[in-house]
Design a protein around this ligand. Structure first.
Ligand SMILES: Nc1ncnc2c1ncn2[C@@H]1O[C@H](COP(=O)(O)OP(=O)(O)OP(=O)(O)O)[C@@H](O)[C@H]1O
Ligand SMILES: [Mg+2]
Length: 112
């Protein structure tokens, strides 16, 4: 199993969610987060000048899927969350050792 963690622009959430539903994603967790990337939350970088970091509101999606679904999840997010402007966000992919459905004790991919 893989975990796909995506930091996206809040206004893109609906579009991303719809695309993931169409791909048959069964569950996801979202959080309201704040962060910064290379521009430190600013629209432009000013060489040599010091300025404060601005934490910009973002949405974090966490989706655990069977390994075979990881690529379609990633491409659906890329397709729908991209504007082409700085601050579009990032996708992090990691391995998941196990998942357990609490109600039934099922584990592994069938718990997803
Ligand atoms: N290395 C990182 N680790 C954790 N979170 C990150 C990292 N880089 C970016 N983020 C998160 O992603 C959000 C958007 O980052 P952003 O898209 O601005 O990245 P970037 O590397 O500056 O790329 P771009 O040049 O396209 O803006 C940040 O607000 C932050 O929440
Ligand atoms: Mg940036």
């Amino acid at each position: 199993m893989k975990k796909i963690e995506a930091i996206i622009r809040p206004f893109k959430l609906d579009e991303v969610k719809e695309a993931l539903l169409e791909e048959g994603i069964k569950g996801m967790t979202i959080s309201e987060v704040r962060g910064y990337g290379r521009q430190k939350g600013h629209k432009e970088t000013f060489r040599g000048s010091e300025y404060q970091i601005e934490f910009v509101p973002k949405i974090k999606l966490e989706i655990i899927v069977e390994e075979s679904l990881a690529e379609v999840v990633i491409s659906a997010i890329l397709r729908t969350a991209k504007t082409g402007q700085v601050g579009d966000g990032k996708i992090f992919v990691s391995n998941i050792e196990d998942a357990i459905r609490i109600r039934t004790d099922e584990s592994g991919p069938s718990a997803l």
